[in-house]
Design a protein around this ligand. Structure first.
Ligand SMILES: [Fe+2]
Length: 210
């Protein structure tokens, strides 16, 4: 059984998730505060085996380089966001005045790819829109939606994304069955059924552009 821990990190309070199964863990979106995240890992005697990014914006990968160096890992990112990832350091400098910490060596994945942490599976599902390679990670404990879907709203599309892709992705997203817990890239957790009911961006009016 996978256990989920989260902490808001960095200037934009990105939710970094640590998924643990047995003594192994996966880190989703190490967006800053390496020392804080690493303290949790050490305190719980976890062995990081996987670092994943929901997309290539700097606030989701800000401290990835430090994790990769510390644990001899590579960052897994959707192939459609690899160019955006190359611009992340400059984007960070432009928007926050800070450069990211450490170089990022990345390996790309494709839609549908499965990862393992301990005995648990994590599946990558491409939902382009916020960025071209935005990905939702599915685990038995919930969906990690990155900046695609937040509680009550969705991610912006004007930093390397596409409104047309976003509408199609949200249409697919609202057809997912089961009341999964949703763990967004920023803000509060929520549940799929609640979002289907109240999130205006999952309505026909938004999706069909009426
Ligand atoms: Fe983002």
């Amino acid at each position: 059984m996978i256990k989920i821990n989260s902490m808001p990190v960095g200037m934009l309070r990105t939710n970094c998730y640590i998924l643990q199964d047995g003594g192994k863990c996966a880190i989703i979106d190490p967006g800053g505060d390496f020392a804080l995240i690493n303290q949790f890992i050490s305190a719980n005697s976890l062995d990081p085996v996987l670092v994943l990014a929901t997309h290539g914006h700097f606030d989701h990968v800000f401290s990835a380089g430090e994790f990769l160096n510390a644990y001899g890992l590579k960052l897994h990112i959707n192939s459609a966001d690899i160019e955006l990832l190359k611009e992340a350091d400059q984007m960070s400098l432009d928007l926050t005045g800070s450069r990211m910490n450490g170089d990022i060596e990345a390996i790309t994945f494709e839609d549908g790819q499965e990862f393992r942490v301990g005995d648990s599976k994590i599946q990558a599902m491409g939902f382009p829109g916020h960025t071209l390679g935005s990905t939702i990670f599915k685990s038995e404990s919930g969906l990690f939606t990155g900046d695609t879907v937040f509680k009550g709203t969705v991610g912006r599309v004007d930093f390397g994304g596409s409104i047309l892709d976003m509408r199609q992705s949200l249409d697919r997203f609202r057809k997912i069955s089961g009341n999964h817990l949703l763990f967004p890239g920023h803000g509060d957790f929520t549940a799929l059924d609640d979002e289907k009911r109240v999130n205006p961006y999952l309505s026909d009016a938004f999706i069909y552009g009426k």
